[in-house]
Design a protein around this ligand. Structure first.
Ligand code: P6P
Length: 324
């Protein structure tokens, strides 16, 4: 049986050829990052880079390697105008808005604190259209994303992508090529699995405490069924699990992150994942508004994130509404 490659899938779509070119370069960058992560121990790339990024987080050597790879590879795309990276404070303009068509937002290596302990990590990306009014604006709502996806470097290397309708998963073979293995990824509406860093319980607002308390109460509690909890400390791994078997992921606003508005970044973590989850039949909210309706105020803005199986997300929205 002939396997469908990522190129076959993209060429069979209605996407602009220049956007297809960009997405292929993103896939190439992900393949190289996967190799560099896999060979980190042999290339002296494990451990800290003894630097901090714009987020104030300790940069791993591989964070910098992955960012440089994305910049180098994706800059080959003829119509890419600008790059917004988690690892770089300023927006990198490759050409004036009039001379380019696309903006690439990316977290080159998400969950990198997991690398040294050999757990799944990945790269997250989204593409938006440059607006030709020439004032170099990158702060567009997530609803304007043309496509979004992630690569996950786990037992297998996969690329999961939405180009507007539906979500497709591609698995990499040794030669670095991606083949369609998960043609229609969907999020089950119902779930009994939630993901949250429960060490932050004492900081949570009441709606989140109520939701988790009810899950923990199980069949003796108001939900009258038992729940399971997972926390991978890697957003890519959490979202991938939800796209495979359902679940709800929460990194909510709390009393510790109130001033920053949450932990996860809007432009290159929350928005891309929200597009994937919504296009797979799930829901994605800050607790108060849909993530992709948030008007960005800065390239590294943080937002609260609650996303996954629609029935659980809608319950959490109702709990937040009751409190507001
Ligand atoms: P915590 C990784 O640093 C990340 O940005 C996400 O990938 C992940 O979901 C979250 O932070 C983990 O946060 O508080 O468990 O370290």
């Amino acid at each position: 049986m002939t396997q469908t490659t990522l190129r076959d899938y993209l060429n069979g779509s209605a996407l602009n050829p220049d956007l297809i070119h960009l997405l292929e370069e993103v896939a190439n960058a992900c393949s190289v990052v996967a190799d560099r992560v896999r060979n980190g121990a042999f290339e002296g790339n494990l451990g800290s880079a003894n630097a901090t990024n714009v987020q104030g987080e300790t940069q791993k050597t591989l964070d910098i390697v992955a960012n440089d790879e994305f910049e180098r590879t994706c800059a080959r795309s003829p119509r890419l105008a600008a790059l917004v990276s988690e690892e770089v404070e300023e927006v990198t303009w490759l050409k004036e808005p009039e001379a380019g068509d696309y903006l690439l937002y990316f977290d080159p290596l998400d969950g990198s604190s997991n690398i040294d302990v050999n757990l799944s990590v990945g790269s997250i990306f989204a593409v938006m259209q440059v607006e030709k009014d020439g004032d170099r604006d990158v702060l567009h709502k997530g609803r304007k994303q043309l496509c979004a996806g992630y690569a996950i470097f786990g037992p297998s290397t996969m690329l999961v992508l939405t180009i507007g309708a539906g979500v497709a998963g591609f698995t990499s073979q040794q030669n670095g090529s991606f083949y369609l293995t998960h043609p229609q990824m969907t999020v089950p509406t119902e779930t009994s699995e939630y993901a949250i860093n429960t060490s932050r319980y004492r900081f949570w607002d009441q709606p989140v405490r109520r939701y988790v308390d009810e899950c923990v109460a199980g069949e003796e509690g108001p939900r009258e069924r038992n729940f399971n909890m997972r926390w991978a400390a890697s957003m890519v791994a959490e979202i991938h699990r939800i796209l495979i078997r359902g679940g709800v992921f929460l990194y909510p606003a709390d009393s510790k992150n109130r001033t920053t508005g949450g932990k996860l970044r809007l432009m290159y973590e929350a928005n891309p994942m929200a597009m994937l989850i919504e296009n797979a039949g799930g829901a994605a909210t800050t607790g108060l508004v849909s993530i992709m309706d948030v008007q960005p105020t800065g390239p590294h803005q943080r937002v609260p994130v609650i996303l996954g199986s629609k029935s659980e997300v809608e319950r959490l929205i109702a709990y937040h509404k009751k409190e507001s």
